[in-house]
Ligand binder design. Structure first.
Ligand SMILES: NC(=O)c1ccc[n+]([C@@H]2O[C@H](COP(=O)([O-])OP(=O)(O)OC[C@H]3O[C@@H](n4cnc5c(N)ncnc54)[C@H](O)[C@@H]3O)[C@@H](O)[C@H]2O)c1
Length: 332
């Protein structure tokens, strides 16, 4: 089995590659990443992984790779993923997330590759009308990033209807945590995710952790999010991949599946758990609410259980333990 992984040197992509090598003893991974955000060190040193330092927008470079390798399926992580930046630089996001993905799909079509697992996001839902959010919840994103993810979900639907492509859009909630051996982990510049920011504060790399509003309609007044471990995400990608690869010749399918734990944690609960895991006290600073931050975002993952047989295995404390071990010893 041969799979093309775009964005393979990024946070979630690199954990998937590591997991896939363990889970599929003969898999060959074509790892594509132009390192605009990712880290080459995040990729395992294995003869089963070939790294191509190219952009999905670069047809000239990607076309010969696809022609020579003919992957059985694609796991498509490559994207820009900062909500705030997407509002400031919409065309950067339309160019990379939308035009880049469409360019990739054009090349896949040329080489007869028509099975895709796509990294979508809970941001495609916008402000929740009800909690927990299931896949029937209306998709009305409230920022450019979320719109680009929805556009690609729809492009894949178009390719399913027009050309019989099979795809599964996996809508992640908040990816978190690191490798159990702390060999790889989260490293974004700038970092915007709560858990690494809190742990960096615990380590004294940041002075304090900002809390954007403590007057929300939640138990402790801070926002609630659904944190899901990167290896739980990786496992779901493998299960989704198994489904697409098991299709009989001529059959096609599509799906959209939430990946979260159905258990929300407030910002304050995350900080307290980080204090418990690290054994250090962490300085907080409450500031004004951020525009567009809903009080609660929590997944209903029933569909992931039913369709993929998936259950998240890491709870919040274990997620933070892996992130803490990584943060203390990180190599990149
Ligand atoms: N982190 C989360 O909580 C979260 C939640 C929902 C969805 N997602 C999605 O999951 C995917 C991975 O997110 P992440 O947190 O690992 O981000 P990341 O930035 O760590 O990884 C993305 C990788 O894609 C690469 N990349 C970007 N554009 C590229 C291009 N044109 N060609 C080749 N490589 C390119 C980057 O260099 C990077 O290594 C993204 O699509 C993101 O939108 C992430």
């Amino acid at each position: 089995m041969k799979i093309l992984v775009t964005g393979a040197a990024g946070y979630i992509g690199s954990h998937f590659v590591k997991k896939a090598l363990d889970r599929y003893p003969t898999v060959k991974v074509l790892a594509v990443d132009d390192l605009r955000e990712g880290h080459a060190q995040a990729l395992p040193d294995s003869e089963r992984v070939t790294f191509h330092n190219i952009s999905i927008a670069n047809s000239e470079a990607l076309d010969p790779v696809l022609a020579a390798e003919k992957p059985d399926a694609v796991v498509h992580y490559a994207a820009n993923a900062y909500v705030g930046e997407s509002q400031e630089k919409p065309f950067k996001y339309f160019d990379n997330n939308v035009a880049g993905s469409l360019n990739l799909f054009k090349l896949l079509a040329r080489h007869g590759v028509n099975k895709v697992i796509f990294s979508s996001s809970c941001t495609t839902y916008g402000n929740p009308e009800y909690i927990p959010i299931d896949e029937k919840h209306p998709q009305s994103p409230i920022n450019v990033y979320g719109i680009t993810k929805l556009m690609i979900e729809q492009a894949l639907m178009g390719l399913h209807l027009a050309s019989g492509w099979s795809y599964i859009s996996l809508r992640y909630f908040n990816a978190a945590g690191a490798d159990d051996q702390a060999a790889i982990g989260e490293s974004h510049e700038p970092e915007t995710h709560l858990i690494p920011l809190v742990l960096q504060t615990a380590l004294g790399r940041r002075e304090e952790i900002g809390i954007y509003g403590d007057d929300y309609d939640t138990e402790d007044g801070t926002c609630i999010r659904d944190y899901v471990h990167v290896y739980d995400l990786a496992e779901a990608h493998c299960l989704a991949l198994d489904k697409l690869l098991a299709l009989k010749e001529g059959d096609s399918t599509f799906d959209a599946i939430n990946l979260g734990t159905s258990r929300g944690a407030s910002v304050e609960e995350v900080i307290k758990t980080c204090e418990k895991v690290s054994g250090r006290s962490i300085k907080r600073k409450v500031t004004a609410r951020r525009p567009g931050d809903p009080a609660k975002l929590v997944a209903d993952y029933t569909r992931a259980k039913e369709i993929l047989g998936w259950e998240p295995k890491y709870d919040l404390e274990r997620i933070i333990e892996t992130a803490w071990a990584w943060e203390k010893s990180r190599q990149y």
